[in-house]
Design a protein around this ligand. Structure first.
Ligand code: GTP
Length: 380
């Protein structure tokens, strides 16, 4: 990213300029292996001619992507190095890599904005394999909300039809989708993927006819199916807010319809999300432009001496209630308290155990550090 981009502040962009018409950001989410990457590739192909998509890969852990990405998180953060440096496992590494990328969110948003000016009508964003890394992390939140306050933004949730043939797995998938919908409040399109392997009409039936779903559940006699039955009763209203579309990311079947539904979701964004955000933005701008002075002297209150004017708190007399920061407790008061307290005979032993526990960890850490340093010396 160029040095010109360094000084950009996301909030300033978002508040002063408002939501632009393009590019439309399409965030592709879905459970591990649902086909997000294959779907992204197919979507790019089908949208190329009309929407000239700008493509972003936010999965730091993938080996290679089957499409040409304009922005690739792997160019900004080396996921393996992050794991090594911070001694993290694979998932911790992905979260940290995403957090690091998000520190450049304003610059990223600026790149997307410029892409819009160059004629990219869509921006397609492929997300990490582990869905919770994106949907339940601060960085995922910042990216989603940041984009949604600058550009029309929708979520496409890729769902594996084959794996969802089991009613309880279907329900888990739906609960996930539901939580994302209510968290982001963005237009939400469910791409029922892999229909080349299994027809998706059974899922549409389950979503529209509660009894058909109950019948499918009857065949499962587990505790989890009881839980699922209860959950399904509450998800009826959720289904009303969902648009679904059967596709095969592999063969391309269903993508013509999907493009149409994406456009419907964009209209929904314009109709529902944008006015709410614009109203909020105008209020914010008005607040910034005119900080309201107090109408008269009485309302303006009485000035309070700051810092140097403060007195030390009175000594603890043992009566009444008072608040005091630990550092301000007079030494004499602390001593008295210790004398008055009954001594627990187990305490010194526990204290000793804790100290030796801490020491053993420190020793283990030091041995590990020495061993790694030795290995580095041997390698070099
Ligand atoms: N038959 C069939 N296979 C598909 C389809 N879409 C994806 N796949 C296969 O599903 C597997 C997972 O696809 P990916 O695109 O890697 O899925 P992903 O969700 O990006 O995977 P992670 O990012 O690793 O979680 C691959 O073997 C794909 O070839 C489809 O529509 N039909």
């Amino acid at each position: 990213m160029t040095s010109q981009l360094e000084d950009i502040k996301l909030e300033a962009l978002s508040i002063s300029e408002g939501i632009r018409d393009s590019p439309v950001c399409i965030i592709v989410l879905g459970m591990a292996g649902s086909g997000k990457t294959t779907f992204t590739r197919s979507l790019i192909q089908h949208a190329q001619e009309k929407f000239n998509p700008y493509v972003v890969n936010l999965d730091p852990a993938c080996r290679e992507v089957p499409y040409a990405a304009h922005v690739d998180i792997r160019d900004t953060v080396n996921y393996r190095e992050v794991m090594k440096q911070y001694q993290l496992g694979p998932n911790g590494g992905i979260v940290t890599a995403l957090n690091m990328f998000t520190t450049k969110m304003a610059q990223f948003a600026e790149l997307v904005r410029r892409a819009g000016e160059r004629g990219h009508k869509w921006c397609i964003i492929d997300t990490p394999g582990q869905i919770e890394v994106f949907t339940w992390s601060a960085s995922g939140n910042i990216i989603t909300e940041g984009l949604a306050t600058l550009f029309p933004t929708i979520v496409v949730y890729v769902m594996d039809v084959v794996r969802s043939a089991c009613p309880t797995t279907f329900m888990s998938n739906m609960l996930y989708a539901c939580s994302i919908l209510y968290k982001t409040r963005l237009p939400f399109l469910v791409a029922l993927n892999k229909i080349d392997l299994q027809d998706c009409s059974f899922i549409k039936d389950w979503m529209t006819d509660f009894e058909v779903y109950q019948e499918a559940l009857e065949e499962e006699q587990s505790f989890v199916s009881n839980l699922t039955r209860t959950m399904s009763l509450t998800l009826d209203t959720f289904y009303e807010n969902l648009t679904t579309c059967g596709v095969s990311a592999k063969t391309g079947v269903g993508f013509a319809e999907l493009l149409q539904k994406v456009l419907e979701c964009v209209s929904e964004y314009e109709k529902n999300y944008k006015p709410v955000y614009e109203k909020m933005r105008k209020e914010r701008l008005a607040q910034q432009a005119a900080p309201q002075p107090a109408a008269n002297v009485e309302e303006s209150g009485v000035s309070v001496p700051l810092g140097l004017g403060l007195q030390d708190p009175p000594a603890n007399t043992g009566s009444g209630i008072f608040l005091m920061a630990p550092g301000l407790v007079p030494i004499a008061a602390e001593d008295n308290e210790t004398e008055e307290m009954e001594l627990d005979p187990k305490e010194p032993m526990e204290d000793q155990n804790f100290q030796s526990f801490v020491q053993s960890h420190l020793d283990a850490q030091k041995t590990k550090r020495d061993r790694l340093a030795q290995q580095d010396r041997d390698n070099s």
